[in-house]
Design a protein around this ligand. Structure first.
Ligand code: DGJ
Length: 740
């Protein structure tokens, strides 16, 4: 519920468990009062501390600058006295950068208004507060949107800018959200990484100054994720305060926490301001992407579950959202570029025998692509590898009762391609400067409609010629030499955001014209593993690293803000191609089942013993995948814990649980990362269960019946398994009347 307390000009957003409040202070400054556990609507303006030095300008105008540099602002702007990081920045035609936004008006309405051309939350039960702020000198109007959903504790924030003045204005910063938290005892949790080592966790105390994570790569990136949390030093997985922030956007972003001189913390998230300038003509609008803000007292796990639930209910738009995804086989690690029709047919035939439901043809099927050095942009089947095109293969696959999926990299162009030879200007580049190659390819200028059209025509021709049920949309390099042939000089810095709008426009077209195609987004592994992509693709390839042990960390990190049902995860061969490590086949499957499950190997080369496990794994995955989609995730272990000590510590093992909303079903997965001699069983307390319910389960051929209270306080005893990377998956179900 959103309320306005007129007597103190205070806005209060109340979700089931939280309150977010801000108020119009002296002279229309918009000031942040409170964000935390739920409070009934009440006057919270004492928390603004405006009745103490330096006071508000009407009391102490000679110290206006001190007021501006210390008051908690809801949407701060720069160069008028607030020297902390600002959220909004402009430049006038005269070259001046100061801005002074003051409150003008508000509107509360049911439903929401969406940012144009960008992924966004949607669905029943929402209520929105729209605040209008104005900069009198330029005529710039800023609209701050706050949306809450009845079934979520998250707050969706975004900013829209309208130029109501008479002259163009350059926007050089439009963050989606800024929050001044009245506390300095935070640790900042971020995700960092690299190709094949995505989403590692960093948790460090905030220090005075600015701590920033960002991307200037044209994608959300392997290196950092558009997510961070501020937690207290005492916050654990299931207890303590956690503020989480993420952005529904896949391009350049920045997020920052700044510990200020007055020991407050300014938290911000939005489009990367570096190299961003957007010309806003009179009468024109600019929309920021939506930011999602979460506050919980239930620790890091509570924060994750809030993100997961919001994204499941209000962001994943695919018709596949509620359906069990087909278990797929992808030929990438099986063949890379070296395949022919017979090889693919053999893999398909063996896969079908084992119950695999979707055959995905990855890279290498088009142009003359025998390696990654050519043909991107020429989406025509390679007749040498696939005589007669894709049809003979799709006939085989569908004849076997499987669905067919296909890989594209629609945003790219190879210098060695017919498309580039005909249209070298289609590549992002700067005239007179050499183009930096990456994986021997360039990025297409998606700011241009004609470029998008040229790609779309080719993709559509394929989709109309063979039955494609699944598309893997890949993106394997970052942007360099940002330059577009269609943008005038003063608009070149619009390229980064226009590029993303172009990508979203093509994805929009794809999901609108082919709503039943299952899309898996990908970017050289997990470089675009973000909520923006989730809007179009309900599953996202999380990493090119398929090693089960490394995946424990990558998937744990990913699950901090993204729903596990979105984490593309495959069983691959050993020794693993990325790490050279051997892990048991069963554990590879148990780890991949903590995501969207599939296989990525040459199934014709598996041992009979391995093949024999596959039908049961598929059947098991289908029987649990509703828990991954709709259930709550409880992380019980921590794969980042050091592996040198044993028994009752978190070291050397990982475990996680899914609990259904009714709490009648749960799934526990345990992985013993490193074996140790002479250890007794490990006692692992469970979480998220119904205290009074009686659960039955089986460990090591022994049946148990225990209450939820027992399981959460005392735990289950997991035997010391013999060997590294051994694992168990345990199903818990409450007893029905018939059982007891
Ligand atoms: C990068 C992806 O992450 C891989 O899964 C694979 O599709 C390759 N690209 C193909 O080039």
């Amino acid at each position: 519920m959103i309320t306005y307390l007129e007597s103190v000009r205070q806005f209060q957003l109340n979700t089931a468990h939280t309150t977010y409040a801000f108020a119009v202070a002296d002279e229309g400054y918009l000031t942040h009062a409170y964000w935390g556990a739920r409070l009934e609507p009440q006057d919270l303006t004492d928390l603004l501390r405006l009745k103490e030095s330096p006071f508000v300008p009407s009391t102490n105008n000679r110290e206006r600058a001190s007021f501006l540099d210390s008051a908690p602002f809801e949407y701060p702007c720069g160069f008028t006295g607030d020297y902390r990081e600002h959220a909004f920045g402009i430049e006038t035609t005269g070259g001046f950068r100061a801005c002074d936004l003051r409150y003008a008006d508000f509107r509360i309405f049911s439903g929401k208004q969406d940012p144009q051309g960008m992924p966004h939350t949607f669905g029943e039960g929402s209520e929105t507060l729209m605040i209008t702020m104005k900069d009198a000198a330029t005529g710039i109007t800023v609209l701050l949107y706050y949306t809450i959903f009845r079934d979520s504790d998250a707050i969706i924030r975004r900013t829209a800018v309208r130029n109501d003045g008479e002259k163009p204005v350059l926007l050089n910063r439009v963050l989606s959200a800024s929050v001044d938290l009245d506390d300095d005892r935070f640790e900042m949790l971020t995700l960092y990484g690299s190709w094949a080592r995505e989403r590692q966790i960093c948790r460090l105390p905030l220090r005075h100054g600015k701590q920033r994570i960002d991307s200037l790569r044209g994608e959300s990136s392997h290196q950092y994720s558009p997510f961070f949390a501020l937690v207290s030093p005492q916050t654990t997985e299931e207890t303590g305060i956690a503020y989480g922030f993420t952005l529904i956007y896949s391009g350049n972003f920045m997020l920052q926490a700044e510990l200020t001189q007055h020991c407050q913390t300014r938290a911000q998230i939005g489009i990367q301001p570096e190299d961003f300038v957007w010309e806003l003509l009179p009468g024109a609008y600019f929309d920021s992407p939506e930011a999602v803000l979460v506050c919980t007292k239930d620790g890091i796990g509570g924060m994750s579950r809030c993100f997961h639930q919001l994204f499941y209910r209000h962001l994943i738009r695919s018709t596949w959202r509620d359906k069990n995804r087909p278990v797929l086989i992808n030929n990438w690690e099986a063949t890379y570029f070296q395949f022919d029709l017979a090889k693919l047919q053999a893999i398909a035939q063996e896969s079908a025998k084992l119950g695999i439901e979707l055959f995905v043809l990855d890279d290498g099927w088009f142009g003359h692509r025998d390696s990654d050095s050519c043909s991107l942009g020429d989406w025509v089947p390679d007749q040498r590898k696939l005589p007669g095109g894709l049809k003979p293969l799709t006939d085989t696959v569908t004849g076997l009762g499987m669905k067919f999926g296909l890989w594209f990299e629609p945003e790219m162009i190879s210098p060695d391609s017919d498309l580039f030879r005909a249209h070298p200007d289609y590549a992002i580049q700067i005239p007179g400067r050499s183009r930096t190659e990456s994986r021997a390819q360039y990025v297409l200028d998606y700011c241009r409609e004609d470029v998008r059209e040229a790609v779309w025509e080719q993709i559509k021709a394929i989709l109309e010629s063979v039955p494609v049920s699944y598309i893997k949309w890949d993106m394997n390099r970052q942007i360099t030499e940002p330059g577009s042939a269609i943008l005038p000089p003063h608009r070149q810095k619009e390229l980064w955001h226009r590029y993303m709008l172009g990508v979203y426009a093509l994805l929009e077209r794809l999901v609108t014209e082919y709503p039943d195609i299952l899309i898996e987004s990908c970017s050289g592994g997990g470089a675009r593993f973000d909520p923006g992509m989730l809007y179009y693709s309900p599953q996202i390839w999380a990493s090119d690293n398929t090693d089960a042990q490394e995946r424990l960390r990558i998937q744990y990190g990913a699950s901090l803000f993204m729903p596990p049902s979105a984490i593309g995860a495959h069983v691959s061969v050993c020794p693993n191609h990325a790490t050279g490590r051997n892990t048991p086949f069963e554990t590879r499957a148990n780890v991949a089942m903590n995501g969207t499950f599939g296989y990525e190997l040459d199934v014709t080369q598996l041992s009979e013993q391995e093949k024999a496990q596959i039908p049961e794994q598929i059947q098991r995955y289908h029987s649990i995948s509703h828990l991954l989609r709709e259930g709550g995730l409880y992380r019980l272990g921590n794969p980042f814990a050091p592996a040198e000590c044993a028994a009752q510590t978190h070291a050397g093992w990982d475990a996680w649980m899914y609990v259904s909303e009714s709490k009648e079903e749960a799934l526990l997965t345990f992985v013993q990362i490193t074996a140790e001699a002479n250890l007794r069983s490990r006692r692992i307390p469970l979480a998220g269960l119904d205290e009074t319910a009686v659960y039955h389960y089986n460990i090591d051929h022994t049946d148990y019946r225990k209450t939820g209270a027992y399981l959460m306080q005392c735990g289950v005893l997991i035997p010391n398994l013999h060997g590294d990377m051994q694992s168990l998956q345990i199903r818990l179900e409450t007893e029905t009347d018939a059982d007891s």
